[in-house]
Design a protein around this ligand. Sequence first.
Ligand SMILES: Nc1ncnc2c1ncn2[C@@H]1O[C@H](COP(=O)(O)OP(=O)(O)OP(=O)(O)O)[C@@H](O)[C@H]1O
Length: 292
Amino acid sequence: MSAILACTNVNKSYGNKKAVLNLDLKLEENTVYGLLGRNGAGKTTLLNMISGGSFPDSGEIEIAGSRLYAGDMPANTCYVREKNLFLGGAKVMETLEWASVFHNNWDWSLANKLVKTFKISKDQKIRQLSRGMESLLGNIIGLASRASLTIFDEPVLGLDALMREKFYRILIEDYAENPRTILLSTHLIDEIANVVERIFIIDAGSILLHDDVEKIRINSHLMRGSNEAIGKFTNGKRVIYRESYGSGALAAVYDKIGEEERVSATKLGISIDGLPLQKFFAYLIEEGEHDE
Ligand SMILES: Nc1ncnc2c1ncn2[C@@H]1O[C@H](COP(=O)(O)OP(=O)(O)OP(=O)(O)O)[C@@H](O)[C@H]1O
């Protein structure tokens, strides 16, 4: 597979604030990625640079092998912003028509179908849409663009649980029929666990970890036992978080644990549970804080 996006040693500051720091990131063709990071981690700053909205202070961004220079609009890329830039006085239909002009692979039949699915009136003005409906309109544009690189920043903001589920289901179905690279940036991690194939975790402007979701699911564990047993068992393993309480301890481990090791853990009185993605992320970020 070849890279649709490559960021190399990218930096961006606002005054003294380093928002993106020595960041490397590579996205392959035809893969769904998640970009996770807490508030202020640098996600929007990064996505703005990838979409040509701002330019790095240093480093390189390449899209489909072409380097982005200041003022360039990346080809065949669709960026659905958290705060979209639609004109309040324009109608939904006019906004879709405007979007269709910018995207070569635009699919009107999909756009029309989704407008019906999400019950949005084409004659309604943008300023009359609810927050959730506005998110949905952005998402319709993202999906109908069928861009080789489609980026959604907080796509389910303001949507109820049913609509969030519907959006992700449609995204997966459409992706299966029309593979392209999709990057989902969100705080609602567990909701995308079954949608994305790989995950990038960004913290303080840099990528802290990237891996396959399946690998994270298999290799992330929460262990509880005595301080001594946990210390012994986790020796040499990648411990992303550890906490002691009295004579007991808890450890979040990101490593392979084989059957034999599980047997020896049981003998040591250690319990091992899986870690939901949200928890894995929280422990990883918290451990990062301890290290500072
Ligand atoms: N225009 C700006 N001027 C000054 N500082 C900024 C500006 N935009 C962002 N920052 C700072 O840069 C850092 C990264 O911000 P960014 O918006 O990229 O984070 P984020 O991960 O998208 O956060 P959130 O999830 O809250 O949207 C933050 O510390 C933020 O305060």
